[in-house]
Each structure stands twice: as structure tokens, then as C-alpha cells.
Design a binder for this molecule. Structure first.
Ligand code: HEM
Length: 518
């Protein structure tokens, strides 16, 4: 009896101390913390809990936007986190000072190893980037057009065969197309994911790529011991999701092994006009050490590109096509331009022709503004000594100490009504040149505020490929089909949710493609 009372009192005392500590810490964070002068809701300053509740409800971008609307362009969103919505601060953080990334990015590791996206520090990142960057320059990508056109036209023919009789789930279809393109341009290998889709066969790699982010979210909220246990649950679909990292790693490892064997046996076709990404990486030496890139780095890097490139592009295109289904005015202008530029709907013109089509390009710019696939805060950390001030970093008059996490988000930069009037309206026309006074200046301001691919030294490494793919996919689909949304695809099902990348709330985008009389 006596010992029970002691235990009871000890527990009570422990709870009281923890509670008192939490209250004092909260009060310190709100009133005495070096960031306490920064506007924002007091409950966000107390702890990270409030923002996390919105992250798990998949609505971080919208909630942050509502804070900017209420508190202005600098907002404290957590005890140690400040987000801003301002062009010159964006330049300063991402392009001039090139702050390192925050720990958040480690949740995107592939094969438990870094790739360009997850390498936090500037110097090691820059070494990695030099290895892959030459692959994505426009002149090199243009050489891969046959590898892109082939699965694209195969997809068009398969969709035409369905003849608009049933709706098609676009996220899956276009992810398969991206997987075909990424696998052939990265490894010089054909996986035929679109063909498998047409035959109603699932492609395990494509499924693994789509499962990987979901696995990442689950993995980050479950402790390792519990994760190892739940992954043993003998349900095939569940095991597939748990193993998505492994499935991708095995696929890429096989490609590395195959390419090394070809190189060592002198069988590699050096005369080929195109060099897949993998072959570049296999020959790449880190500039600082002169060492070859180790296989583990090559594998995680290549996996990182497959993940970064497939869902982002397929989600963007799905939203673009949904917009076409709702806006016959836009669809008819786009089709009129494409009918002229693509007299034969089964022949995709050279990319230089598509790049010269004003309405297509305006449509894609507006699509990237409204339906940016990765519009989330891009977190960086104020370094120990920043060049702006000896004590910290001056963000629009607020002194931020070293270690503060700072970020801006494309979602808000793209919805600034001073730069983009009626920002919620989808209007390709805003990107078309006109002879109204001030039009050129307005155009420059809009360009400066666009950041669908991020900005500065960590800008999307594959943005040129994404741009090429979006142009080809929109041109081929809009030239060949009229897009109609079935009743199940509507404002509610397509409501944007975000978890770094966006997706429709229904997790699908079903559309009907009626073949046009060509
Ligand atoms: C519409 C499609 C795409 C969008 C919206 C998009 C968006 C982004 C964004 C916003 C970042 C910057 C992340 C940050 O600063 O934290 C990024 C990084 C990256 N993206 Fe993309 N991306 C797209 C397509 C692609 C494609 C097709 C590839 C390549 C196959 C790719 C490869 C990468 C890589 C490698 C990085 C890391 C860059 C680095 O730090 O060196 N992305 N992407």
C-alpha cells in the first residue's frame, strides 16, 4: 500500500514536471524566442504540432497560403520555422546564398542512400549534380525524341481503340508512359509499361514508383521495429508496397550490372547518338576526389530521378487534361493551333516545332502555375554565418538566427494577385503577348514569380525533360481526342491534396477520350 502511494506520487511528480516544462517552453517560444517578433498565430509558435496536423491532413500549402493572406509575406509557422512569400527573399535564400536543405529531405532517401534531391549540403550536392546535368540539357534530350514518340503514339493508339466507350484512369496511364520514357532514356532499356497497361497487365516497376511516396509517409510515422513487423503481414498488395524501394533498387542494380558487363566486354555501342543517363554516371568521377561514383550512389541517384520524374509529370498532365474537359473555349483554341502544326495526327513534330506554338506554350505555363505538381514549401536552413549579417539572416527586416528553417512555396508565389490578376482563374491568355501598354513588363514579372520547378541551385534537374514531355503529351492527346469528364470526376474528386507532390483527393483522375475526326 505504502509503496503504491510512492509510485503514484513519483508518476504524478514526473507528469507535473513534464507539463510545467512544456508550458514554460511554449511560453518561451511565444514571448521570448528570437523569432517571437515575427507575425503568425501564437499556437504555431508554441510547437510544431499545429502545422503537423495540417501536413497529415494533406493541406499544408493551402493553410500556409491562408496565413500569408492574414499575416502578410513573412509568417512564423513553427517554433523554429519561418515561411515567406516574397521574390527578393526567394532569390536571396535559394540563388544568392544557396542555403543548405533542411532534414525534411531525408524522408525521400532511396535505397537508404542519398541522391541529388536529398543531399543537404551545397558542396556534395554540386558534385552529384555535375554528374547527371549534361544528360538533361535540351540538345541532348532532343536526340531521345524517337524513344519518347514511340510509347506516346502507342498510348494514343491504345486510347483510340477504346473509342471513348469507357473512362480511363489518367494518373496510372501517364505514369506508365513516363516510366517507359525514363527507363529508355536513363538505361537504354525498353520496359513496355504502356503495352502492359493496354494488355491489362500491371508493370511492377511502375507500381513500385507510385507506391514509394506512400511507403515513405507510412515509414516516417511508424518506428522501425513496428515497420519491420507490419511489413511481414502476408497480404500480397501490402508486401508489394513495403517492398517498393527494393523492387526499384533491384531493377536499377540489374541495369548497372548489365551496363558494366557491356562496358567491360567492349560490347557497348559507343557509336550510338544517344548516351543513356546510366552510362554517363558509370563513367563519372567526383571532381573533388577524382574517385568514380560508387555503385550505391549510381543506384540511388537513378532511382531518385525515376521517382522525381514520373508522378510529377503524370499528375500535371492529368490536371491539364481535366482542365481541357471543363473548358471547351481553351480546348478549341489549342486544337485549332495543333491541327495546323500536326497535319498528320499520328506524327509528332520535332520539339522545336512544338516549342514555337504560342497557345500550346501559354497553356502549359498556365497549367504549371495553377497545377504545379510540387508547390510545397522548399525548406532551407539559415547557416552559421550568412553573408547578410554577422548574427543571422535578415529576412525582410527580421533577424533570423542560424538554424532557423526558412521556405517559400510555389503555391503562394503563383497565386499573388498583384502579379497574376484573378489568380484562381485558369487563363492561358495571360501568357500571350498583346499590345496593351505595360504588357512586356507584366510578362517579365510573371516569369520571375514562377517556380513550378523550384528555383536557384537546387532547381529541378529534369525540368527540360518535363517541359518536353508536357508539350508532347498535351499536343498528342489534344490533337487526337476531345476530353470529357465523367460525373465521378468533378471539383470534389479533383480537389488538390498535397504531400510535397500534389494529387487529386480521389487519388484518381478518370477521363473519357473521344477520338476526333482527323
Ligand atoms: C512537371 C514535372 C516536374 C515538376 C513539377 C518537378 C518539380 C521539382 C521541384 C520543385 C524540385 C526542387 C525541389 C527542392 O528545391 O527542394 C525538383 C527537383 C528535382 N527534380 Fe523535378 N520536377 C518535375 C519533373 C522531373 C523530371 C522529369 C525529372 C527527371 C527525370 C526530375 C528530376 C529532379 C531531380 C533530379 C531533382 C533534384 C535536383 C537537385 O537537387 O539537383 N524532375 N523537381
Amino acid at each position: 500500500m505504502f509503496s503504491l502511494t510512492i509510485v503514484h506520487n513519483i508518476i504524478l511528480a514526473a507528469f507535473t514536471i513534464i507539463f510545467a516544462y512544456a508550458v514554460l517552453k511554449g511560453l518561451y517560444n511565444v514571448f521570448l524566442h528570437p523569432l517571437s517578433a515575427i507575425p503568425g498565430p501564437w499556437y504555431a509558435a508554441v510547437s510544431d504540432f499545429w502545422l503537423t496536423t495540417h501536413v497529415v491532413r494533406l493541406e499544408q500549402c493551402k493553410i500556409v497560403q491562408s496565413l500569408f493572406e492574414k499575416y502578410g509575406p513573412v509568417v512564423r509557422v513553427g517554433p523554429n520555422k519561418v515561411f515567406f512569400n516574397d521574390l527578393s527573399s526567394t532569390r536571396s535564400v535559394y540563388s544568392v546564398h544557396k542555403f543548405d536543405k533542411s532534414e525534411y529531405y531525408k524522408s525521400l532517401l532511396t535505397n537508404n542512400n542519398d541522391h541529388a534531391m536529398t543531399t543537404l549540403e551545397h558542396a556534395p550536392h554540386s558534385m552529384r549534380r555535375k554528374g547527371y546535368a549534361p544528360h538533361y540539357v535540351p540538345a541532348n534530350l532532343a536526340k531521345f525524341q524517337p524513344e519518347i514518340h514511340e510509347p506516346m503514339l502507342e498510348l494514343v493508339n491504345n486510347v483510340a481503340n477504346i473509342g471513348g466507350k469507357t473512362s480511363i484512369e489518367c494518373l496510372t496511364l501517364f505514369r506508365n508512359l513516363m516510366v517507359d520514357v525514363l527507363v529508355s532514356t536513363s538505361y537504354g532499356y525498353r520496359i513496355h509499361a504502356v503495352k502492359k497497361w493496354a494488355a491489362d497487365n500491371e508493370d511492377p516497376l511502375s507500381t513500385a514508383i507510385s507506391d514509394f511516396p506512400k511507403r515513405g509517409i507510412l515509414r516516417s510515422v511508424v518506428p522501425t521495429w513496428a515497420w519491420n513487423l507490419v511489413c511481414r503481414i502476408p497480404v500480397a498488395r501490402w508486401r508489394q508496397l513495403c517492398d517498393s524501394d527494393k523492387i526499384m533498387a533491384e531493377f536499377v542494380s540489374e541495369r548497372v550490372y548489365q551496363a558494366r558487363t557491356e562496358i567491360n566486354s567492349g560490347k557497348l555501342d559507343e557509336s550510338s547518338e544517344t548516351t543513356p543517363l546510366l552510362h554517363r554516371l558509370l563513367k563519372y568521377r567526383y571532381s573533388s576526389t577524382g574517385q568514380m561514383m560508387p555503385d550505391s550512389d549510381i543506384i540511388s541517384e537513378a532511382m531518385g530521378h525515376m521517382i522525381a520524374g514520373s508522378d510529377t509529370s503524370s499528375i500535371s498532365l492529368s490536371y491539364f487534361l481535366w482542365e481541357l474537359s471543363r473548358r471547351p473555349d481553351i480546348a478549341s483554341k489549342l486544337q485549332a493551333e495543333l491541327d495546323e502544326a500536326m497535319p498528320n495526327a499520328q506524327v509528332i513534330p520535332d520539339i522545336s516545332v512544338l516549342q514555337g506554338l504560342p497557345y500550346l506554350n501559354a497553356f502549359i505555363k498556365e497549367g504549371l502555375r495553377v497545377y504545379s505538381a510540387a508547390p510545397s514549401p522548399l525548406e532551407r536552413v539559415v547557416p552559421q554565418s550568412s553573408m547578410k549579417s554577422s548574427d543571422g539572416f535578415d529576412l525582410m527586416g527580421f533577424e533570423l538566427p542560424a538554424g532557423t528553417v526558412v521556405a517559400t512555396q510555389a503555391w503562394s508565389m503563383h497565386r499573388n494577385a498583384n502579379i497574376f490578376p484573378s489568380p484562381d482563374r485558369f487563363s492561358p491568355e495571360r501568357w500571350l503577348e498583346n499590345d496593351q501598354p505595360g504588357s512586356a513588363e507584366r510578362f517579365v514579372r510573371m516569369q520571375q514569380n514562377m517556380m513550378p520547378f523550384g528555383t536557384g541551385s537546387r532547381v529541378c534537374g529534369g525540368q527540360n525533360l518535363a517541359q518536353i514531355m508536357l508539350k508532347i503529351m498535351v499536343a498528342a492527346m489534344a490533337r487526337n481526342f476531345d476530353v470529357v469528364a465523367p460525373a465521378e470526376t468533378n471539383e470534389k474528386s479533383m480537389e488538390i491534396k498535397d504531400s510535397f507532390v500534389i494529387f487529386p483527393s480521389a487519388m484518381e483522375c478518370k477521363l473519357i477520350f473521344n477520338p476526333r475526326s482527323l
